[in-house]
Write a protein that binds this ligand. Structure first.
Ligand code: HSE
Length: 398
């Protein structure tokens, strides 16, 4: 029997307690019983069915030799970082959904885990309930991955879907996403793209084998997407989605970024709606692979955490399952150099001619024109519209 402690009884932490109960029969039948022994939180939850497991003192967990698994669902890089280091140092494997901590301090924590002969696992940090990391790290571990792009944030996908399919206002759609437990404690991380950026950093680190820092990834969120853009996108047979993308060159270069994109209806990702996530991976031998499922929410995320606990119990890992090395300055090249078609909506200045080489006029409103460009880099697109007021500029994925 294994004994686990959950740190942080928020949406995901309480989901882990529930999911462990739901899955108990299956885990026990497989001989991999996991008993939840403690829940650590500074708050009181007298009405919770798990009230008997509550403690405010992490030191109790740290000092209990029976506890071999610690689940960190506190979030952030403050106390969560400290408790993770202390748990690993005490010889306990740690499982987390905390993408900010993994993206920021992953290499250090994995090195500490390895040193102590335990594991630091974080399947739940990317894609919620969708097994993206184990697929990339293990199933596609031998594959030469050329590129991935995906819808990696459930909150923004939910907001965009509600706004544009059901006419819900941005602020109301965000409130709905918060009520459903999809968004981060501070939803700015969702809508400004930082959460997706951390997930791109984690996927890129796993694929490249060295830590890719979030600050190396150019990031834009969805606040600049206007209703007019959606109408124009629909004219082109496209949807608008927030994509995280990384392109791995044969020369070892990595170009990674997060931004809204137009996606043609012929591409499966354009049909990934609401809280669902989708990850499209292009490998040299395997070709195209796509993963799809619930990208956020209490039980899907908890399910990914319990899957890590199950792997720990079943495979009795000592050391690495997910791994990458230290960050190296200069690992990431300028993602703006990637060429693509662009959708650009702009207010023309005096003297601007509607017909322009390399630009196809696709829509005309009272004060703005919208164009689809030929394939070009970001710098070339910006040069094409130099001196104009650009309202929106989104890549069109193909
Ligand atoms: N806030 C995140 C999202 C939670 O909306 O995708 C799951 O990582």
């Amino acid at each position: 029997m294994h004994y686990a402690a959950v740190l942080g009884f928020g949406t995901v932490g309480s989901g882990v307690a529930e999911a462990l109960q739901i899955n108990t029969g299956r885990l026990t039948a497989k001989g991999e019983g996991i008993t939840l022994k403690y829940i650590v939180d500074v708050r009181d939850f007298p009405d919770s069915p798990f009230a008997g497991l509550m403690t405010k003192d992490f030191a109790v967990v740290e000092a209990d030799p029976e506890v071999d698994f610690v689940v960190e669902t506190i979030g952030g890089i403050g106390i969560a970082f400290e408790f993770t280091k202390r748990a690993l140092t005490a010889g306990k494997s740690v499982v987390t959904s905390n993408k900010e901590l993994v993206a920021t301090h992953g290499s250090e924590l994995m090195a500490l885990a390895k040193d102590k002969g335990v594991s630091y696992l974080f399947e739940a940090s990317v894609g919620g309930g969708v097994p993206m990391l184990r697929t990339v790290a293990n199933n596609l571990g031998s594959e030469n991955i050329k590129e991935f792009f995906g819808i990696l944030n459930g909150t923004t996908n939910y907001i965009l879907t509600q706004m544009f399919k059901n006419g819900v206002a941005f602020a109301d759609a965000l409130k709905q996403a918060q009520a459903m437990g999809y968004s981060e404690a501070n939803p700015t991380a969702d809508i400004e793209g930082h959460d997706a950026c951390r997930k791109v950093a984690i996927l890129s680190s796993l694929i490249s084998g060295k830590q890719i820092k979030p600050e190396w990834i150019a990031t834009r969120g969805i606040t600049g997407v206007a209703l007019e853009d959606v109408v124009n996108a629909e004219k082109l047979g496209c949807t608008i989605k927030l994509l995280g993308r990384a392109v791995f060159g044969k020369d070892g270069s990595i170009r990674a970024y997060v931004a809204p994109h137009l996606i043609p209806g012929s591409i499966l990702l354009s049909h990934v709606e609401d809280v669902m996530n989708g990850l499209f991976i292009r490998g040299e031998s395997v070709g195209d692979v796509m993963l799809y499922g619930a990208g956020a929410g209490k039980l899907p995320t908890a399910s990914a955490i319990v899957s890590d606990l199950y792997v720990l119990a079943k495979d009795k890992l000592d050391g690495e399952q997910f791994a990458w090395g230290d960050p190296e300055e200069g690992s990431c090249s300028d993602a703006g150099e990637l060429e693509s078609a662009w959708y650009v909506r702009m207010c023309p200045a005096d003297g601007w001619k509607r017909e322009q080489a390399g630009l196809e006029l696709i829509a005309e409103a009272e004060e703005s024109l919208a164009y689809r460009s030929a394939e070009m880099s970001q710098a070339a697109m910006e040069a094409a519209f130099a001196g104009q007021t650009v309202l929106s500029a989104f890549r069109i994925i193909k």
